[in-house]
Design a protein around this ligand. Structure first.
Ligand code: ADP
Ligand code: TRP
Length: 325
């Protein structure tokens, strides 16, 4: 199965990104042909800071590699290294009804928040469709919030196929486990936009400081507490073995414990959990030419595939290409 997903370089990855997406990308490397890319062109719709965009793009590559994306098994690349996607983007844009994009929740939400709408934000799902269709991807692992964009991709591909003949493979979304929804420091969903995140590669001392800030209630220490639904317990469970989790659940139910001790235990476990990735990241950081080579190799593979699909789409639509090009 050909699997593809993109992740925006809009900040450093947090625990939600890891458990909700990256870990599952890594698992999908087993037995599939996987394409993963850093969606820097999409990030351009919200980031206008040149240095930050460049930095986050490279950081995303380092983070993904350190966390287990394996360049021997996955095609890892940066979106902008495959210009064929932008050419395909136009072919799709030309046949995409306005109404299809007007219905997109991501656009409607941003408008409702008063974020000024550039056409890039409006056309965002069409670029995403080009990303997916350019590689004949069959399965697209994404969070629930992206489901609509995969449906839009299918609509656009279906319309193109209907107008010009069978050209594109219709992809399916693989919705990443809802159970993996990670709460943030305040108990809401962990998200950059809520400022409640703990980053995967935070230093252990920073992880500890942030853990101590996790919001808890002020019930007396001795009162028995229900672990299910408690966000501190949920965070602890991410890093604990099954027995440790059971033990902690029993402690909650017995009462007589301090939340601050749970926070300390969580910080320790989380730091240990990411320790080997942290070391790998340091090694990669010390050898940036190697990282850039991995991205260049990934882009070369991705371009070959995207070129084949672009040619197919151009021929189908009667878009001229001079001989030898
Ligand atoms: P953010 O909300 O911080 O901006 P993104 O929207 O960039 O995060 O998320 C990138 C990926 O990480 C998506 O696939 C999303 O489903 C996943 N993800 C983000 N936050 C969480 C979370 N708290 N729990 C589970 N998955 C998450
Ligand atoms: N829009 C996706 C997000 O914000 C990122 C993305 C861009 C993507 N292109 C993609 C995801 C293609 C899957 C497939 O999370």
């Amino acid at each position: 199965m050909r699997v593809l997903s993109g992740i925006q370089p809009s900040g450093r990855f947090h625990w939600g990104n890891y458990f909700g997406a990256i870990r599952q990308y890594i698992e999908l490397q087993e037995g599939n042909e996987v394409y993963y890319f850093i969606a820097n062109l999409h990030a351009l719709t919200s980031t206008r800071d040149k240095e930050l965009l460049e930095q986050y793009t490279l950081d995303a590559a380092l983070d993904l590699l350190a966390l287990g994306v394996d360049p021997d098994r996955a095609v890892l690349f940066v979106q902008s290294d495959v210009p064929q996607v932008c050419q395909l983007f136009w072919l799709l844009l030309a046949i995409t009804p306005m109404g299809l994009l007007e219905r997109c929740v991501s656009y409607k939400e941003k408008r409702a928040q008063g974020i000024p709408a550039d056409t890039g934000l409006f056309a965002y799902p069409v670029l995403q469709a080009a990303d997916i269709l350019a590689y004949d991807a069959e399965l697209v692992p994404v969070g629930e919030d992206q489901k609509q964009h995969i449906e839009v991709t299918r609509d656009i591909a279906g319309r193109f196929n209907h107008l010009f003949g069978e050209t594109f493979v219709l992809p399916r979304a693989k919705i990443l486990q809802e159970a993996a929804r990670v709460p943030g420091l305040d108990g809401q969903k962990m998200s950059k936009s809520y400022g409640n995140t703990i980053e995967v590669f935070d230093e252990p001392s920073v992880i500890r400081k942030k853990c101590m800030r996790i919001v808890t209630d002020s019930r007396p220490i001795e009162e028995p507490k229900e672990p299910e639904g408690d966000h501190l317990f949920q965070l602890y469970s991410l890093f604990a073995t099954a027995e440790e989790r059971e033990e902690m659940a029993a402690t909650y139910r017995r009462g007589g414990f301090k939340y601050s001790d749970v926070k300390k235990a969580l910080a320790e476990k989380a730091a240990a959990f990411f320790e080997s990735a942290r070391q790998r990241r340091q090694e990669l950081e010390a050898d940036l030419p190697r990282v850039r080579q991995i991205l260049a190799d990934g882009a070369a593979t991705a371009r070959r595939k995207a070129e084949e699909v672009l040619r197919r789409a151009q021929e189908a639509a009667g878009v001229y290409r001079s001989k030898g090009l």
